[in-house]
Design a protein around this ligand. Structure first.
Ligand SMILES: O=C1O[C@H](COP(=O)(O)O)[C@@H](O)[C@H](O)[C@H]1O
Length: 258
């Protein structure tokens, strides 16, 4: 299913700070609604500049305790395969931005394995372990081998990558596995773990974040209907909603009719 198949919404905020604050408010509302509807909520986090800015805005929000943090499952869309606590790991950066400041249930915090843990340098084994954890949480009735996440966040890279799915990379062609080891990534570090397109598309809502001039070409290219292999951001969608959250600089090359 392509992103075009489910349609998409595009919201443009003035600048990166307004984008982060408005998205934090939107995320807290979405998760509070999910907890009201089915007791728990689930979100998939993204790293990178916009992902970290969003988490910092949640941390600073006066509304952050509108959600019950102990009934929130947090997953990762991708991770840089580095030693535990490495400052370049997405999880390390998220801890600093938000996670250490809120009362999460450690059993609901689903961290992708580091490179120095039990999988010692074996990204494939680490990916398989995370896929097993996802499948266990999906439950026996799930149509996919991952939970139907309430919100899955994706930062859009300047080359249109999302999670650790890079243009023309073989990981983009994966149709069976839900998590893969990514080797030879063009952005450091070269070895990463990533959800695959089928796992991402199982989410109820997929939100793509992009701020800044350096993202304008990627946003225009993905929203112009580029091929999935050329522009991974064009390949993702949620089963209920696909929402692009931009600032004016990132939206500056979109045609006026978008
Ligand atoms: O390396 C990564 O990059 C992307 C985008 O990051 P940005 O700094 O260009 O916004 C991010 O979404 C991904 O999680 C991360 O591993």
């Amino acid at each position: 299913m392509s992103a075009a198949a489910t349609g998409r919404d595009i919201l443009i905020h003035r600048d990166k700070d307004e984008l982060a604050q408005a998205t934090a408010a939107r995320l807290l509302t979405r998760l509070a609604d999910a907890q009201a509807a089915h007791g728990t909520a689930s979100a998939v986090l993204t790293g990178g500049r916009n992902g970290n800015a969003l988490l910092a805005a949640v941390a600073a929000s006066g509304d952050r305790d509108r959600i019950d943090w102990s009934r929130l499952d947090l997953w990762w869309g991708d991770e840089r395969f580095l030693p535990e606590n490495d400052p370049e790991r997405n999880h390390t950066q998220a801890r600093e931005a938000l996670l250490d400041a809120v009362p999460l249930d450690p059993a609901r915090l689903h961290v992708m394995p580091p490179s120095d843990g039990p999988y010692a340098g074996d990204a494939e084994a680490a990916a398989e372990a995370y896929a097993t954890e996802l499948a266990a949480a999906a439950g026996p009735d799930a149509t996919a081998r991952v939970p139907a996440f309430d919100v899955l966040l994706l930062g859009v890279g300047p080359d249109t990558h999302v999670a650790s799915l890079f243009p023309e990379h073989p990981a983009l062609r994966e149709t069976e596995r839900t998590v893969v080891g990514v080797h030879g990534a063009p952005k450091p570090p070269p070895t990463r773990l990533s959800l695959t397109l089928p796992a991402i598309r199982a989410a109820r809502e997929v939100w793509l974040l992009a701020a800044g001039e350096d993202k304008a070409g990627a946003v225009a290219c993905a929203l112009a209907g580029s091929g999935e292999l050329q522009a991974p951001a064009a390949a993702v969608c949620g089963s209920s909603r696909t929402l692009w959250l931009l600032d004016e600089a990132a939206a500056s090359r979109l045609p006026a009719t978008t």
